[in-house]
Structure formats: C-alpha cells, structure tokens
Design a protein around this ligand. Structure first.
Ligand code: ZN
Length: 132
C-alpha cells in the first residue's frame, strides 16, 4: 500500500478507481462515523513542519514537561478561564501532544484508531460499559 503524503489517502491497486469517499470508506480505520481520523495526521504534520527542528533539539523529556505544564494551564482555564482562554489552552495541549507523538515516531491517527468504531471495550457508540 502506498500512502499519499499530501492527501493522506491510502492508495492501492484496487482503490485506484474509487472516489475519495470510496477510498476513505474502503479503509475503515481512517474514518469514524463523525469524520476522518486523518485530520489528526494533518495536525501532526503541520506541527512537525512548524516546530519539528526545535522540537528535536529540545527532546522528549522537555516536551513531556511542556505538555504537562500546558495541561495544568488548561485545567486552570477550565476552572476559572474564559471560553477564549480555554480554546487557547486546548490548542496548546494538542500542539504539544502532536509534538510528542512526532518525536516518539508514532502517529496520533494510530493512537486513536482503537476508538474509531466506538468504545474499545464494548465496541458501542455511545459506550455501553456503564449499562453492563
Ligand atoms: Zn464501552
């Protein structure tokens, strides 16, 4: 399978004649009932292009420290911040999470793939674990 980096659409011989939607449907792990997980990959690539060099120099332990600090700022914004401040902190946490995934050479898409079709434990949307 060839992965088209620009569009993040997996292509293979059987999928060449399919529309974009068809190709996405064919690779079910990329698409949830609410949209494509590939947008996470786009986010990760954007952060890598923007900050990849300095992230690499900073290293993983410092990135974990920054992510933790940003999570603390998000917690504070949730408790007593404005929606605008909460939005800002949500973005910072996502950006640092993407940076960490990139440095670990792991994909946020792959990380979320086990949630793509519902609760990883019961397989349902919404989760039915509490009902059991
Ligand atoms: Zn469940």
């Amino acid at each position: 399978m060839f992965l088209c980096r620009a569009l993040t659409i997996p292509l293979d011989a059987a999928g060449k004649g399919l529309s974009l939607a068809g190709r996405l449907r064919r690779h079910r792990w990329l698409v949830t009932p609410y949209g494509a997980l590939m947008e996470l990959g786009d986010l990760q690539r954007l952060m890598a292009a923007t900050y990849g060099e300095q992230d690499g120099e900073r290293g993983i332990p410092a990135t974990v420290a920054w992510l933790t600090e940003e999570l603390g700022e998000l917690a504070q914004a949730v408790r007593k911040g404005t929606p605008s401040e909460q939005l800002h902190e949500l973005g910072d946490v996502l950006a640092w999470l993407a940076s960490l995934a990139e440095q670990l050479d792991l994909s946020l898409e792959d990380a979320m793939a086990r949630y793509a079709h519902g609760c990883p434990r019961c397989g349902a949307i919404p989760c039915g674990c509490r009902a059991g």
